[in-house]
Design a protein around this ligand. Sequence first.
Ligand code: ADP
Length: 261
Amino acid sequence: MENVPSDPSTPSPALSSLGSSISASPIIVAENLTKVYSSGRLKVSAVRGVSLTVQPGEFVAIVGPSGSGKSTLFYLLGGLTQATSGRVIIDGVDFATLDDGQRTRLRKHRIAFVFQKFNLLPTLSAMGNIEIAYAVSGRASGPNGQPLDLKYLDHLSELLSIQGRLDHRPSELSGGEQQRVAIARALITRPAIVLADEPTGNLDTKNSDVVLAMLRKSNRDLGQTTLMITHNPEAAAIAGRILYMRDGEIVREEKGTPHDA
Ligand code: ADP
């Protein structure tokens, strides 16, 4: 598939504009997306005709009650599940034109997830978790493979204030530190898009504030496009744009009130 760069170190024209604020080409386009889950005779319409456009470098919050379809929308945008109808176009590439392998490759090269449950491997150190994520992304392998950029890792560790914690296993870290390691793990592959699903859902207020500030800062400093699911209006306010979901639909859109940390 010619539209999927085989070498992640060669950004497409749309991606090369990252960091230079808003480009004319959206990085995410969803057109009339639907997702119906079927189990036996039961059908659940989780996403019902969602259309949205996200520009490179934007920070968008998606807010809605439990069961409103937020996670399903993320799975669709992240290529983890296929839409029942409608289209997802990431950086100009329509997911529907890709086979499973190509979709996985596009996801690995472009998109990173941050989850509510940090999903760190318990037997590995923080550094080990970051290293394995880099290895799994495939960026180190092949003729154009790039070894883990330790300078970039230093930069991320500083940005996320986890220097000095990299030798520790997850059980030796606070929840906030674990989530910051999970964010470093997500960012080490230099994704164009970060999808964060309730990233502060398991954290107390103090740790939540730190993690949110760092997500916002990494979005600003590194230029990746960030979408964040939250049910917390205060968390959503740090986004540039807030989309409200209800019953599988986007029912309202507002500007956030981001302020620099
Ligand atoms: P949210 O993230 O806003 O809580 P979800 O996307 O998880 O919402 O769920 C939306 C709806 O889809 C809910 O009614 C949920 O029960 C249903 N749902 C989610 N995942 C599945 C699945 N794998 N199979 C069947 N129904 C599902």
